[in-house]
Design a protein around this ligand. Structure first.
Ligand code: HEC
Length: 139
């Protein structure tokens, strides 16, 4: 029993050396999304940690195995949609993303593993409606 605990502890220490990159690229002012303040406030609170270059990396993002999951969410999130690079997108990409935001704010985004810890990131009905109105998507 004691040996098993020692082995688990040793493994925990060893995996700490597998460190993903946690970086924020420099934000270029002209490329950032600019929306009205109410919209920006919601996006910054609920989306920017994964969909911008202004990620706030919490202390537990330094600790494996959480660090791996968090870094990969941020990497995938940025790769698909980065609000810090919004103005570098062409009209088609913007339109596609707005449509996708319209759909995803309803249930899929922010990720539930994120709102589980970041309670304030969970969107209220009013916030969902406001973001949906902002996307300009009609159906
Ligand atoms: C904890 C990280 C995280 C947070 C917070 C988060 N997302 Fe995401 N988002 C992802 C990841 C990872 C993907 C890519 C994989 C997927 O589609 O599930 C993604 C994909 C998306 C996509 C699809 C983009 C595309 O082109 O495929 C949209 C739209 C989106 N997110 C919107 C939002 C919005 C709006 C918020 C805030 C209300 C938000 N996300 C918050 C991690 C996050």
């Amino acid at each position: 029993m004691k040996k098993a605990i020692m082995i688990i502890f040793a493994l925990f220490i060893v995996v700490q050396f597998i460190r993903p990159t946690r970086q924020n690229a420099k934000v270029v002012e002209n490329l950032q999304l600019k929306a009205k303040p109410e919209v920006m406030k919601v996006l910054k609170t609920s989306c920017y940690d994964c969909h911008s270059d202004q990620t706030v990396w919490p202390w537990y993002s330094q600790i494996a195995p959480f660090s791996w999951t968090i870094a990969s969410h941020v990497e995938d999130g940025r790769a698909s949609l980065n609000f810090s690079k919004w103005e570098s997108y062409d009209e088609n990409k913007k339109k596609k993303e707005l449509k996708s935001i319209y759909k995803k704010v309803y249930a899929a985004m922010p990720l539930s593993s994120y709102t589980w810890i970041h309670k304030d990131a969970k969107l209220t009905k009013e916030q969902i409606k406001m973001i949906r109105d902002w996307t300009g998507v009609r159906r």
